[in-house]
Design a protein around this ligand. Sequence first.
Ligand SMILES: [Ca+2]
Length: 478
Amino acid sequence: MNSMLLRCFCWCFCIFLGQPVLYVQAAAPNILHIHTDDHRADGLHALGNKVLKTPHLDQLVQRGMTFTCCYTQGSMIGAVCTPSRTMLLTGRSWQRIPKAPGAATNADDPATFLPRVLAAANYQTWHLGKPGNAFTPGINAFETSIADAGTGDSRATSSRRMADRSIEFLKARVAHKESRPFYMYLAPPVPHDPRVAEPEFHQLYRADDIPLSPAFMPQHPWDNGEMTVRDEQLAPWPRTPQNTRQQLADYYACLSCLDHHVGRIFEALQQTGQWDNTLIVFSADNGLSLGEHGLFGKQNLYEFGGMHVPLVIAGPGIRPGKSAALVYLMDLFPTFTDIAGAKLPTGVEGRSLKPLLDGQQVAVRDALYTGYRQCMRAVRTERWKLIRYPLVDRTQLFDLSVDPLELSNLAAQPAHASRVAEMTALLQREMAAYGDLHPLTVTTPQPAEWTPPKEIKPQAPSKQGQRANKRPSSKTPR
Ligand SMILES: [Ca+2]
């Protein structure tokens, strides 16, 4: 029986039993997808950052499956967000997304975009999020698409507005007796800078109390090819503990504010009878360095730099647990179509994670590669990670099993020469598989030495955050 017939059957059965048909649970689950902006892979209390206060999203970790090794595949521009969000809504790899050199002829066809594919399986599709850095044709393909840039004075309340509009939508479905399942794609501009939250959340974090990562460095030790991109100008050189702690405090405030309002959406799901049949997916478009390795942005390939993102899936039938499978964000496309019973369009390269959620498989690939512009390529297995910087002829090799923060580069050690060769070959294999034609060596490498520019004036941390941190309060956030 297909999903539409099954839903009709459920509806008729309720009427036959004389039950009040306030809302009929659809056979296919609703999908609530919360996709945040610049959110580190460890950016929840339950994901390892014990300073953070994120009780609502922590509940997802406790009741769902956490994928600890999820990545966006790469970016050909400084705005890593845009290709990431495009891969998510097309299921295609970074060199084959619409407009990319390797794009297929149907890559621009809106019928192949995730919202249209789910709509074809009778899903009600609804998006609210930041329009800038989005995949515009993709968000335009939703039945309802609400843009909320959250710029200027409206930034601090962007999470509140997201929850308000989402709750209105959930209540309207009940009022209108909507029988289709929904796909809600919430993509708030949080915790992307400017890092401004509602004041009570800034009061939760005093900069002086924020610990620095063991990977904090005043400056990246050499030129990685993207040292002065916009995000790197958010802090002065050399990076200072004081400035970094303030930026972390503001970042954490934005996450706690987001978490509070996500909790309101969860409550509305429960109150409207839609909680039990809703799959909740929490992910982000990219990570952020925030002072580790002397970097602040997402334009690098360190594990807790640009490409590693959080991913948690919770809901009906999902076993609680953790998976260290190597997965990409674009895998969510076929995962959603698999769960929704939708037809997968040709050209989707992501792989369904449903067999992992069902416990039938433990992996979907044996290696995972990432790239940034022409200056960085990386590949990792369960244990080993190699990063190659062609423009300055540098290579890093890390043993992630003992060095998850990538502080000890083993590439120059003779004992690891064969490992470097093996990982380089693996990187070349992955690049070829995804149509990445960039070279791993150049004829005339540039010097790797680097001196910070003097003419760039770094942006100050948010004034709101500074003010709030001077007046700590025990007030409980609303
Ligand atoms: Ca982003």
